[in-house]
Design a protein around this ligand. Sequence first.
Ligand code: NAD
Length: 489
Amino acid sequence: MQGIANFIGGDWRVAYGDEVTPVVDPATNETLATVPVDGSDDVAAAVAAAAQAFPGWRSVPPGDRIQFLFRFKQLLEDELATVARAVSRENGKTFGEAVGEIRRGIENVEVACGIPTMMQGYNLEDVARGIDETMIRQPLGVVGVITPFNFPVMIPLWFLPYAIACGNTVVIKPSEKVPISIRRVIEILERTGLPKGVVNLAYGGRAAADALIEHPDVRAISFVGSSPVAKHVYATAALHGKRVQCQGGAKNHVVVLPDADFDTTIKIIGDSAFGCAGQRCLAVSAVVTVGGAHKPFLEAIVDSAASLKVGCGLDEGVEMGPVITAQSRSRIEGAIARGTADGAEAVLDGRGIRVNGYPRGNFVGPTVLDGVESESYLSSTEVFGPVLGLTRVRSVDEAIEVIARNPYGNASSIFTSSGASARKFRSEVPTGNVGVNIGVAAPMAYFPFSGWKDSFFGVMHGQGRDAVEFYTDKKVVVERWPQEWSRRF
Ligand code: NAD
């Protein structure tokens, strides 16, 4: 067991404070490490280091700043398996899923290498006779990044590469449930020779997050987590005059039409619902079947889900790992019970599953609930576990209405071979990420991760061009240089 060290000003330092919380392996509930409960003093030290490093870092030309990112990308590729094992162990997802997550993180490093182009401003000569106007982008200063447990590496990398490529310095406050793999990533970043203090890592829980959000030297906050916390972070950061982007929770629906290609549809929706044990903000947790699609879809998805091999994510052949904590398992089992109490039928019930060799693991088996009422608790609550609810409607319009009644707006998908139905859905559905015959509509790093409604609070999203907008201030310069002044020399 290891007490986690913070990375502050280029040094690995033992955290302040005696009170710690254990980090557990979700497959065994063994303690892997401990993190400080509070962490606010560590955050203060990290912000001070980041503020000190900022003037030097912002004056490094963008073309030189990205050289560190090129090295970072290569080292991440070289260390992929080591980091993936750390992700799988502390988060529970399978090794393959961990590799996939790191690849999506690396994609953001690659995109941020385009900063010398992406960060350019624009100009116009002669806005009035002899007067020119130019917009340039400048870094903000110290930015704070607060991340959730479900993608311990990818989500910090949604922000870190763009923030530093734009010339900012960063303090990351990762989830206290998964502190180990991000430490490996920062160790790798350290090997690039990045100047001290440009990236800092400070652990802790709510107090550490609040210390970062309220700190007067922090200019902007990027947050990803559940919607209630996202709302709190958004409001608090705004109260303290900060720029803020908060990605929240989700309840993602897919609509299945009778004309869908069922083999592809079942495979994709199965992966989307039960991959990462349903702990993805883009996981499908509600299927809305239209007309005759219901019966064949239900039968096929139950067969497919029942055949998934559940176990420790690091074991060969395992297709679905445990959920993050024993509390999560109880919460998910409670949501299934609530669904059946409200009239849904548990056609496949994953409660109480036993996994050989892992008697203490936080396992919930794949669960399929049929007949979830569109106004019920389960239809509007984020379960964040391997639970798929089915609701039956008569038309695409009705399916869109079901989705629209949901408080979340992260993602939705449609499965159909009809271009007209797909086009209508794409145009009318009120979610920010949309899939057409795609189960997890995760935008590539050069597109914004576009949640809507209670799934996002802010204006500029994570990734791509939005990240550059978010992490820079625009400065507009209006200049007059009359010829006659030059004649004085
Ligand atoms: P969480 O909200 O519990 O925690 C997220 C972060 O906020 C952690 O670093 C945590 O320490 C901190 N935190 C927790 N409570 C806080 C408080 N009261 N004040 C300040 N900070 C606080 O989320 P989680 O359980 O780690 O992650 C799962 C959630 O994240 C799900 O709701 C999921 O949908 C969401 N998520 C969203 C996206 C997205 O892109 N929209 C991506 C991944 C995960």
